[in-house]
Design a protein around this ligand. Structure first.
Ligand SMILES: [Ca+2]
Ligand SMILES: [Ca+2]
Ligand SMILES: [Ca+2]
Ligand SMILES: [Ca+2]
Length: 272
């Protein structure tokens, strides 16, 4: 299928997107979605009066052609897949093979591609990420195309247009799932409940099963903890809070957070 959106570029889309995703929660759903598509169709110069049926059929056509919105929500990365040629629909490809439901894996990717540790992903760093993504899928890409895709991605995901992607932007590209910590009641009543929650939480972040949080495991935990309080954090905030957390918790000073250290830090009685 040809792109249905030849008349609208990535920037045009981002503008419309920001208008509809006013709360900035990263998706559009329900009746908002109809209004969104109606608006897009208008922008594309389709008939003056667009009927509900036309909107519905457009929506269905897009859903089946791009295999998106199975949950009835349109996410920004799904919109991006429409902006890129179908044979190189790599965002979708990536999401299927690597469902990213753990902030630890997310932070591993972040640390890897924020090559200069600036706390941001620059266009150049994003290009490195895309290049690796294509390599992983054994696809070759001309430098010209790589430049073009990088540019499109920056236009779609660099919300504040400062030429850098922050944590939130990359989380959208990778369609990172909801914060794991959200499912816990931090004011859980009984000591027993709290201990059980603690076990689950620790197991989730100790991906390597070493009995300690280290490297990106600490990052992932810090990211989710902070985002319970502040919805949008920057890479520099994360580094700061990481330092503070280690300062509090890392009692034996090995740069890792052992299970008992974290328990102590969270005010739990814990013994191995
Ligand atoms: Ca950087
Ligand atoms: Ca930015
Ligand atoms: Ca570990
Ligand atoms: Ca330690």
């Amino acid at each position: 299928m040809d792109s249905a959106f030849n008349n609208l570029d990535a920037e045009g889309f981002l503008q419309i997107w920001q208008h509809f995703d006013a709360e900035d929660n990263g998706y559009i759903e329900g009746t908002e979605l109809d209004v969104f598509f109606r608006h897009v169709m208008k922008k594309l110069g389709m008939s003056v009066e667009i009927t509900d049926d036309e909107v519905k059929s457009m929506k269905e056509r897009i859903m089946s052609a791009y295999d998106i919105m199975p949950d009835g929500r349109l996410q920004l990365h799904e919109l991006a897949t429409m902006m890129l040629p179908e044979e190189e629909n790599f965002l979708l490809m990536f999401r299927r093979e690597t469902p990213l439901d753990n902030s630890v894996e997310f932070m591993r990717i972040w640390r890897n591609y924020d090559a200069d540790s600036s706390g941001y992903i620059s266009a150049q760093e994003l290009k490195g990420f895309l290049q690796d993504l294509f390599l992983q899928h054994k696809k070759t890409l001309s430098p010209h195309k790589l430049d073009k895709y990088t540019d499109t991605m920056m236009k779609m995901f660099d919300k504040n247009k400062d030429g850098n992607l922050d944590l939130n932007d990359l989380a959208r590209i990778l369609s990172l799932k909801d914060n794991f910590l959200l499912k816990f009641n931090m004011e859980a009543c009984s000591q027993e409940d709290r201990r059980r929650d603690f076990e689950k939480i620790f197991a989730h972040y100790d991906v390597s099963k070493t009995g300690a949080l280290e490297g990106p495991e600490v990052d992932g935990f810090v990211k989710d903890m902070m985002e319970l309080v502040t919805p949008t954090i920057s890479g520099t905030d994360l580094d700061k809070f990481r330092k503070v957390l280690l300062g509090h918790c890392d009692i034996n000073g090995d740069g890792k957070i052992q299970k008992n250290e974290l328990a102590l830090c969270l005010g739990l009685k814990y013994s191995n």
